[in-house]
Design a protein around this ligand. Structure first.
Ligand SMILES: *Cc1c(COP(=O)(O)O)cnc(C)c1O
Length: 404
């Protein structure tokens, strides 16, 4: 049985105060909070295992290596990758995307086409623009509609034999829209294009099976899924990871080095130059264990309840408009009060101890589409409560009174 009050005890930060008020943390889409199981794993690592991995014959190094490789295996199992060497540790989603974009520099030629969606995070736009500049490839964009959904019929029309890559996020961080990635992947494969799915925003809510999706690349960050910052992963199908050249040169990624020629290490080490975030990788594995112990269906059911409750309560406020009303969405609400700048609303909420995000959420094209400078975004996690939503709704009412 899911008892939110018990879950909350796992998160030390949730009992702190902000500006004299109990913290209400609704900025989960930017980063999730960390349960003590993950914090303990970090303390345990530095207290008992800290050593460099893969290189040492000594006991500490072997223990650290074992823990790190076990974490890779946990991640492989969670996403149902075929091989553990298809899981590459990175510093996060942004790093993973850049790794793939860089690799494709040598595979694309002038006139090739890359398709992205209008719902992307900047980290999923800029690396492709840079790739296009390097190769002469052309960037095409799947448009969105008023509900914040992708216009999928337009996607079909963009696809051609020139399409080499398609990049879409699984869930939009600004609006919470869940994109029809299964369809997007199937259609791309019909024309022989590879697909990268940005899972940073879906990972905390949806358990993804990369083999069932038949996706070519899938990326995420640990800190969106109750893990630490500065670590993430790239899943790539073995055939693709073999085809891509290494991203960075350095230690760990080589097989043999002479001044004449260097040969690269096998997967996954080919893409893991230098000393990685060992502790972070281990803690990432613990975070995945933690989420699975609660269960992703339980999490989704509860978060949907929060979403529905918050949507209904917020819409009772006159002049409040919600952006992103897709039928399939995660527990994210982006909104504005008529005539009031989102930043001002966010500042007043902060005084009340409520953490929300304001601004363009690294997704300026979406804001341009709606012709707004930004939104207030409240994003809910399984450790949030209806009573916290009541606090938010009262806070928004107060902000409205003070600012209009
Ligand atoms: C957070 C996020 C990113 C960026 O993740 P980093 O950890 O900052 O690299 C990319 N895409 C989406 C959809 C996100 O939510």
């Amino acid at each position: 049985m899911f008892k939110v009050e018990d879950i909350r005890k796992d998160f030390p930060i949730l009992s702190r105060k902000v500006n004299g008020k109990p913290l209400v943390y609704f900025d989960n889409a930017a980063t999730s909070q960390t349960p003590k199981q993950v914090i303990d794993a970090i303390v345990d690592y530095y207290s008992n295992y800290n050593a460099n991995i893969h290189r040492g014959v000594h006991t500490l190094s072997q223990e650290a290596t074992d823990l790190y490789e076990q974490a890779r295996h946990k991640i492989q199992t969670h996403f149902n990758a075929k091989f553990s060497h298809e899981i590459i540790f990175t510093s996060g989603t942004t790093h993973s995307i850049n790794l793939v974009a860089n690799g494709f520099s040598s595979l694309l030629k002038k006139g090739d086409e890359i398709i992205v969606s209008a719902l992307e995070h900047h980290s999923n736009i800029v690396p492709w623009q840079m790739l296009c500049e390097r190769t002469g490839a052309i960037l095409k964009v799947i448009p969105m509609n008023q509900q914040g959904e992708l216009e999928i019929a337009d996607y079909d029309k963009l696809l051609s034999k020139n399409t080499k890559l398609v990049f879409v996020n699984h869930v939009s961080n600004a609006l919470g829209t869940i994109n029809p990635i299964q369809y997007i992947i199937e259609k791309a494969h019909h024309v022989g294009a590879a697909v990268l799915i940005d899972g940073a925003q879906s990972c905390p809510h949806i358990k993804t099976d990369v083999q069932a999706l038949d996706v070519d690349f899938y990326v995420t960050s640990a800190h969106k899924i109750c893990g630490p910052t500065g670590v993430g992963m790239l899943y790539g199908k073995e055939e693709w990871l073999k085809k891509l050249p290494p991203y960075q040169g350095g230690g760990e990624m080589i097989a043999e080095v002479t001044f004449e020629k260097t040969t690269y290490a096998d997967l996954p080490h080919k893409f893991e130059a230098g000393t990685p975030n060992i502790c972070g990788g281990i803690a990432f594995g613990v975070a995945i264990d933690y989420m699975n112990a609660i269960g992703f269906e339980t999490i989704a059911t509860y978060e949907n309840e929060l979403l529905e409750y918050a949507t209904n309560e917020l819409l009772k406020i006159d002049g409040l408009k919600i952006y992103g009303t897709a039928k399939n969405k995660t527990s994210v609400i982006s909104f504005n009060l008529a005539g009031i700048h989102p930043y001002d609303v966010g500042s007043i909420l902060d005084k009340l101890g409520i953490a929300v995000r304001t601004g363009h959420h690294c997704a300026q094209p979406i804001m341009d589409y709606y012709k707004i400078p930004g939104t207030v975004r409240a994003s809910f996690s399984f450790y949030n409560t209806k009573s916290e939503i009541d606090t938010l709704v009262n806070g928004v009412k107060k902000a409205k009174m003070m600012l209009s």
